[in-house]
Design a binder for this molecule. Structure first.
Ligand SMILES: [Zn+2]
Length: 161
């Protein structure tokens, strides 16, 4: 077992590193192989010392992390700033269609007691949920977050203790 110094240090494949997937295990080089493996979630990685990157080898498309001297940074986050325009677009996509629908339902209310009087409210809710789903999916795709892997590791951790 090895303790981590707080000072920054370059990535060196002879050392062991915290696993960026499960955040529980340690990754270290497999004997006689050009790959690294996590001792907890068992994922296989390949690394490049000169580029200071780690690539998850058993996932398609592979996820890449960059070693910043202290921890792994998702490569897709490097050089990307999430500014207000993105946030506004996301919020607009989530809230604008349902509020338009809700407004039209408010100004042109269905005949009370008619068979379809529940419909505008239900449709508004459905629109909200579907647009929320689209935005969440885009965020997950953008971050390339291996969400299923993460939850599997989390599940195993829960059952270990
Ligand atoms: Zn792991």
């Amino acid at each position: 077992m090895q303790t981590f110094k707080q000072s920054t240090r370059p990535f060196n494949s002879e050392d062991s590193y915290p696993c960026p997937v499960c955040r529980t295990g340690q990754i270290s080089t497999l004997p006689l192989m050009d790959a690294l493996a996590c001792n907890f979630c068992q994922h296989i990685f390949t690394a490049s010392e000169e580029r200071q990157i780690l690539k998850m080898a058993d996932r398609e498309p592979p996820v890449t992390w960059h070693w910043n001297g202290k921890r792994w940074i998702g490569a897709h986050l490097e050089g990307v700033e999430f500014g207000w325009p993105y946030l506004a677009a996301a919020l607009g996509l989530i809230f604008l269609p349902p509020s338009l629908l809700g407004m039209s339902a408010y100004y042109f209310p269905p005949v009370p007691g008619s068979r379809l009087s529940w419909f505008p409210a239900a449709w508004t809710g459905l629109t909200f949920l579907s647009h929320l789903g689209i935005v969440l999916w885009l965020v997950i795709e953008f971050y390339q977050f291996p969400i299923a892997t993460y939850f599997r590791a989390w599940w195993r951790r829960m059952h270990r203790f």
